[in-house]
Write a protein that binds this ligand. Sequence first.
Ligand SMILES: [Zn+2]
Ligand SMILES: [Zn+2]
Ligand SMILES: [Zn+2]
Length: 440
Amino acid sequence: MKEIWPPWPRNAFLADFHIHSKYSRATSKDMEPLALNETAKLKGIQVVGTGDFTHPGYLKELEEKLEPAEEGLFVCKDDPEGTRFILTAEVSNIYTWRGKGRRIHTVLFAPNFEVVRDIQARLKAIGNISADGRPIFGFPAKELVRLVMEASPECFVVPAHVWTPWFSLFGARSGFDSVEECFEELSCHIHALETGLSSDPQMNWRLSSLDDYTLISNSDAHSPWKLGREVNVFTCDMNYHSIIEAMKVPKKGFQGTIEFFPEEGKYHFDGHRACNICFSPAETKRHKGICPVCKRPLTVGVCHRVDDLADRPEGFVPKGALPNIHLIPLEEMIAQAFGVKSITKRVHKEYLQLLDMAGTEFDVLIWEEEEELRRRLPEELSERIIAMRQERVEVSPGYDGVYGRITPIVSEEKAAKPESKTKEPDKKDKKTRPRQKSLF
Ligand SMILES: [Zn+2]
Ligand SMILES: [Zn+2]
Ligand SMILES: [Zn+2]
């Protein structure tokens, strides 16, 4: 159980840097600045990455819809007090290095539109930047760092979701064993690593070689409602320079991360989705890495890969480690309270009604005090949120592309719907709770 909840001051701001626009494959058509602005406000996220700045069509849209705010940040022209945008993109490098195929994703940050146009021009000379919002190139990830830093030394490069098996720096099927092996003499430009949904800082703390890197977390959202699945917490000034500086230099205002429970990530454990096999690293080792159903090699997940590269035991906490907390998305907990397995239309409607009444999603999940939650929310939801905060959860880990499930443990009578105990809305509440059959 966390001793102080939350471990940050209320004036901290939240930032989600890695997302995708509608110009990326398999992405919602709603992923554009106006919808992102609105969703981030409902969630309680103050700074959002634009994503996909390498795409010429999207860049045109960004320049039309955004205007400058604080140094290096932007706002929607229609909502100058709204969500701040920071220019980001993700690039995929697929190449062969020392006889092995490598597939590395990296997140790029740029200080202004001029630099973005320069990066686009440089990338366009080498490959296709219009086919996908997350472009794919055949040159080494290291050369991407060189190209971006030549465009501007104010750029920032972060290896993305570093543990996922197929497309990442440390991926079992795609990567390297260290930052230096991948980026060589340009490693000095790498200051931060994105831990990804399937790993959390605790897992990364097991590698002493990662002690000098800032561990950041983002949603990698492909649709607006996935925004903020993981976010970064800052207390520095809200501008490009201060945010980047905070991720480079300890104690400059980067305060830690808000995480998924890593078991919920879809590559936490090992297994085969098609064969319905989900193994812990130990079970995989017992089966010599082979699927007992189809006899082919199992997809090795993040937990296993961390275990292979770790030089410290589980539970090790390095000096100066920053706080992080684990959350379950609010819609998932509403679905659980309803006893349904997925986010249905009804669940989404309840979610919006709840936000209308109780503030932002992060107000409810982290900032609001327990007493206030109990007063304002139906018991079957407030008890779930409190159990989540105390990490009293039941876990079924994700594997081979299947999301895991995290269920807060609430006592029987609190999980059930006590009709007679329905709380009346407080007079201070802005809105009365709807009378229709709903949670509230
Ligand atoms: Zn990626
Ligand atoms: Zn991505
Ligand atoms: Zn199999």
